[in-house]
Each structure stands twice: as C-alpha cells, then as structure tokens.
Write a protein that binds this ligand. Structure first.
Ligand code: HEC
Length: 203
C-alpha cells in the first residue's frame, strides 16, 4: 500500500514538473498558422461542446423564434456583424476570417448541430480563444432574430439570401437604428474602428 501511494505521488509530481518545464521552455507553438495536435483539438472540442450543452440547458427559448417575419430582422444583424467571418450563401467570408485559427465555420449546418437555445447561448457569450465574439451587448431580441435566421440558413440559396439582404436594406426595412451610417459591403472586413493604428493607415 505504502509503495503504491509513493509511486502515485511520484508520478503526479513528475507530471507537474514536466508540464511546468514544458510551458516555461516556450516549446509550445501559439502561432495561428499551424494546426493543434489532434489531442489538443479533441480536448478543446469536447470542452466546447459540453460547455455549450450544459450552459445553454437553462436558456428559455423565445416563443416566436420560428416566426418567418423575424427573418428579415435577423438577416440585418447577420449581414452587419457575422458575414465578415462566416460568409453567407453566395457571399465569401472576409479576409480576416482566413487568418483565424480555428477558421470560422460556414454556418449553413449550425442549426442541425445545435438547438435554438444553444445557438442563442453561443452568439450571446461567444467562444473563448477562438475569435468567436460574445454579442451580449446586443439585445436578446436581436440575438433571437439572428437565431431565427440561422435556422432558415440550412436550406437558403444565394438568391434567397440576396433577396433577404435587399429587403433588410430597403427603406422601412428592419434596420435597427444604428449610428454607423454607410453600410459596409457584406464581404468587407470592418475598418476604421481600431484606434491602435495610425490614422487611416491599415497595413
Ligand atoms: C471575428 C470573427 C467572427 C465573427 C465576427 C463572428 N464569428 Fe461566429 N465563430 C467564429 C469562429 C472562429 C468560430 C468557431 C469557434 C470554434 O471553433 O469553436 C465561430 C463559431 C460560431 C458558431 C458555432 C458554429 C459551429 O458549427 O460550431 C455560431 C453559431 C456562430 N459562430 C455564430 C455567429 C453569429 C450569429 C455571428 C454574428 C452575430 C458571428 N458568429 C460572428 C468567428 C466569428
């Protein structure tokens, strides 16, 4: 019994020492231009999927999330904030998306993998260390219409998407009064909001 406990303790100490030495040595590669080891990918995916499922289980699903009249409002929000990373039917992702690791996925199938409550949770809280932002500063209503839109995305053609965008931009469309006046083109990366750069100079 004694030896077993001593052995276990020694193994734990060795593992901690080896782990600490590994981190401090700087050998781990943090660049976004190489893939994770498979074990890291597996661990992160498990952690993400289980965290989303557990935390979203308490989300009360908005009653009219399936209401088609909300799709136009949803496309407004999606077109303004999400297309740059995720693209849309017939719309390429913006340049910023190509350098991100993990790459922002195409969301056509997202509604098949997640319940509406889970989609809402993801959009509201974001996903740490992936580039997926939290949108919690937007109203829940805006986030629910975006979820409604994501549910329709499963079967949406480029033509349908283009029509919805046109409807959302039409006068009297569902634009929530935003201070940003000119609409950026859907596939354009946002510019000019980053005050770390010298005025107007982007690489
Ligand atoms: C700056 C880039 C960026 C923007 C902007 C962005 N996302 Fe994401 N999003 C990501 C990345 C990266 C992931 C992948 C995270 C991962 O691998 O776990 C992601 C994942 C997701 C997922 C989960 C998809 C899946 O299959 O697991 C959903 C849903 C989602 N985003 C919705 C949105 C919505 C809706 C918006 C706009 C309100 C948005 N995202 C804006 C980068 C972005």
């Amino acid at each position: 019994m004694r030896t077993i406990i001593t052995t276990i303790a020694a193994v734990i100490v060795l593992a901690v020492v080896a782990g600490t030495a590994f981190v401090y040595s700087g050998a781990y590669y943090v660049g976004a231009d190489r893939s994770h080891w498979w074990i890291t990918t597996w661990l992160l995916n498990q952690a993400r999927d289980r965290s989303i499922r557990a935390h979203a289980s308490g989300v009360a699903v908005s009653a009219d999330v399936g209401d088609p009249s909300r799709i136009v409002a949803g496309v407004t929000h999606f077109d303004e904030h999400c297309v740059v990373c995720h693209g849309a039917p017939g719309v390429e992702r913006g340049e910023i998306a190509n350098g991100l690791y993990p790459r922002p996925p195409n969301l056509a199938d997202a509604a098949r993998h997640y319940t509406p409550g889970e989609l809402f949770w993801i959009v509201k809280h974001g996903i740490r260390m992936t580039g997926m932002p939290a949108w919690g500063d937007h109203s829940d209503d805006e986030l629910w219409v975006t979820v409604a839109f994501l549910q329709e995305l499963v079967e949406m053609s480029p033509q349908d998407y283009a029509k919805l965008v046109a409807a959302s931009r039409a006068p009297g469309g569902h634009h929530h009064d935003s201070q940003e006046q000119p609409q950026p083109a859907p596939s354009q990366a946002p510019t000019g909001e980053d005050h770390d750069h010298p005025a107007g100079h982007h690489h």
